[in-house]
Design a protein. Structure first.
Length: 159
């Protein structure tokens, strides 16, 4: 084989290896980004967490937000607006006792600060309280919007 043919062959091999490396890096990046988006979606999927929050079946909600923090002591916080005349209309009363959700000026006393921009519970005057949902604690606060809707804040955690 001539020297020129040998150089052309080496260049083809080098280009092929570079192309294979670029394709591999591209696939890894796409899988990584897709994985991050999938994990983020599972940690912020309000609809997937309705049962955990003990919401009434068929409850109409808008402007829903949710963040689930899994782990040994999992926690979740959510905010949504519900079409409801009272807080009793929001929850499945066979699972959540709403009788203590009547404390005026209720404030969430959280060990860790919630930094999600949609969590504005500390800027509103709320009514609320605490209950158990199964073996876990649920803290609920809400504001009556005066139009047949309630803005509801939930902080749920494992005990």
């Amino acid at each position: 084989m001539s020297e020129t043919a040998e150089l052309v062959e080496r260049k083809k091999i080098t280009n092929g290896c570079l192309l294979a490396a670029l394709i591999t890096v591209g696939v890894v990046v796409l899988l990584g980004v897709g994985g991050v988006l999938l994990v983020n979606r599972s940690l912020t999927n309000f609809e997937a967490r309705r049962d955990t929050m003990g919401l009434r079946s068929g409850l109409a909600v808008t402007d829903e937000h949710c963040r689930y923090s899994p782990g040994f002591d999992g926690a979740m916080w959510a905010k949504f607006t519900a079409t409801a005349g009272s807080i009793d209309d929001v929850f499945d009363l066979s699972r959540v006792d709403t009788s203590d959700f009547d404390e005026a000026g209720y404030q969430f006393n959280l060990v860790t600060a919630i930094i999600d921009p949609w969590w504005d519970a500390n800027t509103r005057t709320l009514t609320g309280g605490e209950s158990m949902i199964g073996p876990n604690v649920i803290r609920v606060a809400y504001a009556d919007n005066g139009d047949g809707t309630l803005t509801v804040y939930i902080y749920w955690f494992e005990v």
